[in-house]
Design a protein. Structure first.
Length: 186
């Protein structure tokens, strides 16, 4: 029952994100830096939502458990897009941070914004490749383990703990810098 409700909201999210991408591509006023990053984020969220609802679709087809390696292959596009999605969120955050910290410099960057956008999207792809190599090695440790095939099964607890330990200091420093910039802006 819960999987069906989650899948319903995922399908609504797929429709809304696809609508946002369509409107951004058709409206020429929205072909600026930040709306393009937001459209890229929405485009990468669509396969993630399909991956989240995949467990429900698998249960409807009559399968309860599948091997972990097969689950990885089913969810590979969703995992790649999940990495791109979070990296796109970081790129949007950095873009907005630059526009707040140095607004005059940011407004004068007319020609450089496209190259900055390309650099941000390239960094998104590099980060995603790194994450998916880690996921593949984690899955190859226990490829025959039977799972219900959701994203949580791919990110094994060992990888999750190690990643959390690595992320605590950088995320704390980013939050402190953001808070400091917010105070300075007021």
């Amino acid at each position: 029952m819960t999987n069906g409700i989650i899948s319903f909201f995922c399908f609504v999210g797929i429709f809304l994100n696809a609508s946002l991408v369509y409107v951004t591509t058709k409206t020429t006023k929205l072909h600026t830096h930040c709306p393009l990053l937001l459209a890229f984020h929405s485009l990468t969220v669509i396969p993630v939502l399909v991956g989240i609802s995949f467990k429900f679709l698998l249960l409807l087809s009559g399968f309860d458990f599948v091997p972990l390696l097969r689950c990885y292959h089913f969810l590979l596009v969703g995992l790649i897009c999940a990495g791109l999605c979070t990296a796109a969120q970081l790129a949007i955050g950095y873009d907005r941070l630059l526009s707040v910290l140095v607004p005059t410099w940011y407004k004068q960057m007319n020609g450089s914004k496209r190259s900055l956008l390309c650099i941000m999207i390239t960094l998104c792809f590099v980060r995603t490749a790194y994450l998916n190599v880690n996921y593949f090695f984690a899955v190859s440790l226990k490829p025959k383990k039977l799972v219900m095939c959701c994203f949580d099964d791919i990110v094994l607890p060992e990888i999750s703990r190690r990643t959390t330990k690595k992320l605590v200091k950088p995320l704390t420093s980013i939050m402190c810098i953001t808070f400091f910039c917010y105070i300075q802006a007021k």
